[in-house]
Write a protein that binds this ligand. Sequence first.
Ligand code: 13P
Length: 259
Amino acid sequence: MDSASAKANKAAAKLVVGNWKLHGSLAANAELLARLLASPVLAQGRAVTAVCVPFPYLAQCQQLLGGSPLAWGAQDVSAEINGAFTGEVSAPMIGEFGSSYVLVGHSERRAYHGETDALVAAKTGRVLAAGMTPIVCVGETLAQRDAGQTDAVVERQLGAVLAALDVPQAARIVVAYEPVWAIGTGKTATREQAQAVHERLRAQLAAKGGEVAAVKILYGGSVKPDNAADLFAMPDIDGGLIGGASLKAEDFLAICGAA
Ligand code: 13P
């Protein structure tokens, strides 16, 4: 890793993003968000924080989180802008609700909805064009890790996105490394395993252009209050993408506080 970029990056605030996945209700969200905002942790601003919620709750987030330190966004986006695409939600629509972030290429989208690298690249471009930050998710399955393919898989996934962007666009993305075998399983990558992959991803970003080296690389996969500080201490881990623990106010706050 280029040590100058690593140092510059280390000095920058961590980014901690909750991914609610398919969870929530108006009542449950209101309670969770009120508990998050009541704590001094987010206002201290040591980390940049956000939640990515199901589409119908973007309006609620805009109403309850506007002017607060907690940003919000969506978990997916259409690769189309408008037209006869029943069920799709476009980037400009997501942007209308004050969203800052959109997850693209989450492993659950790739696995259950057949999302390809090319589709993920197209979605990334739509999010950027709408003025939001795409969080591009990459990660290998256990079989791929066991076959020694981890680096090749994540480099292919990120490479498809970088190839579709120019340097200023690429500098505006966030990357999330989420090993599929660590998601929702309670099996976290060790901080050394995560750092090794993040270092490869950092080199790939840097090869795109100097300013791209500072792109934040989040780790996701069973991040909990008891392992967050350890992970966040690694030089190329710039924050976390938090699934299950983001649904519990105390846990999410503890993870934000560890950043
Ligand atoms: P868990 O934190 O529940 O393992 O989920 C990680 C994830 O997929 C976040 O996008």
